[in-house]
Design a protein around this ligand. Structure first.
Ligand code: 0XW
Ligand code: MG
Length: 373
């Protein structure tokens, strides 16, 4: 069957995703409601493919919602009339229209794969090399909170089936962060794997002190400091394994971190790297060096959640640190027939053709802008 069909129209939508409970607190920022950008790519036969990009506020990484939409405005007109026969060709077209801005291009990359999957009658996981499982582990991410409350939530989430926890620290005194890590460990012990995430908020000195004061607790230390240079200074002085998240701004950064030997693993974000096609490359680079990683995004609804889960299903299970999706912090779904949901700390991999998620008609209101006919 030929998969050549042309892009007729692109609709861009914005939707607000308020944070349940009021605020998602990280060392770098507190966020209250996230502005997600969705692209709906319509082909000449009327099939629709969806993509999403939702920075977790403007401070987490050098991304913001209006930036995503400005970048899409540069790119979208150049995609109208293009054939959907090759995601690599369309990536080249996007690069010819705009340098960088991976987090915006990612939304299109996801939508193209959704369309091609539907056309071929296969799930996106098949286009990514093929699923190894039909259910992937997730992990629960706490917010920066009091030691006792964080430990209580951690124990609850382990009881709910999560095999991994990510404990947020930073932006306050050392005593509180150290107490939080100790209390979580006392509450959950070996029942869950633990990551301690500083979200770039610690100095090298603070990170070293925390590392020593928690040296008998097995956790991986995620993105404690801001820059790769600080991370390199830390790397050989830490007791705990070191994971990079925000520093992996593109595939070259992943490659650099691997070749410099400064990362024991990664918190990877689909949109930051430029979409699922780029994530496949990161997955394969990590696999060559047996480096574990997550398959996440910063935030977003069912579209980005489905993208993360399809990708996660293709990762060797021993290298998969889990697929984080924002479900625990947002209400509702774009698609109530086939929502992406966490059950017992795990997520079923959509089996339908494409992403397996179709936003309900009108759920995002009218497009903020449309291109094509
Ligand atoms: C836990 N996350 C995947 C969600 C927020 O965007 C922060 C992020 C992280 O690991 O830093
Ligand atoms: Mg992180």
């Amino acid at each position: 069957m030929s998969i050549v069909m042309r892009i007729n129209r692109i609709n861009v939508y914005s939707t607000q995703l308020p944070v349940k409970g009021g605020a998602y607190k990280m060392a770098s920022a507190d966020v209250h409601s996230l502005d997600s950008t969705l692209v709906e790519v319509v082909t000449e036969d009327g099939t629709t493919g969806w993509g999403e990009t939702c920075p977790v506020g403007p401070v987490y990484q050098p991304h913001h919602a209006l930036g995503a939409r400005a970048a899409l405005a540069e790119i979208a007109p150049g995609l109208i009339g293009e054939p959907l026969h090759s995601v690599r060709y369309l990536a080249k077209r996007m690069d010819e229209r705009l340098n960088g801005h991976n987090y915006a291009k990612a939304a299109f990359d996801i939508a193209f794969l959704d369309l091609i999957g539907q056309r071929l009658g296969v799930p996106v996981s098949t286009l990514l090399g093929g699923a190894l499982t039909d259910r992937v582990p997730s992990y629960y991410s706490t917010i920066v909170g009091s030691p006792d409350e964080t430990a209580r939530i951690a124990a609850d989430k382990v009881r709910a089936g999560y095999p991994r926890l990510q404990i947020k620290i930073g932006g306050r005194n050392l005593e509180k962060d150290v107490a939080t890590v100790h209390k979580v460990w006392e509450a959950v012990g070996h029942k869950a794997r633990i990551a301690v995430d500083g979200n770039r908020g610690l100095s090298v000195a603070f990170a070293l002190q925390l590392d020593r004061l928690c040296q008998n607790i097995p956790f991986v230390f995620e993105q404690p400091c801001n820059s790769m240079e600080e991370i390199s200074m830390l790397k050989r002085r830490l007791v705990h394994p070191l994971y990079l998240d925000e520093n992996t701004e593109d595939l070259n950064a992943v490659l650099r971190a691997i070749s410099l030997g400064i990362a024991d693993g990664f918190g990877l974000k689909v949109t930051r790297l430029g979409g699922l096609t780029k994530m496949m490359a990161a997955r394969d680079l990590c696999s060559i060096r047996s480096l574990p990683h997550t398959c996440d995004d910063a935030w977003g609804g069912d579209i980005i959640a489905a993208a993360c889960v399809h990708l996660a299903s293709t990762v060797e299970p021993r290298a998969l640190e889990g697929a984080w999706i924002a479900q625990e912090y947002i209400d509702g779904h774009y698609d109530n027939t086939n929502p992406v949901i966490i059950e017992n700390g795990h997520i079923a991999v959509p089996q339908q053709a494409g992403l397996g998620v179709k936003p309900e008609a009108g759920v995002f209101g009218t497009p903020v802008v449309s291109y094509g006919c």
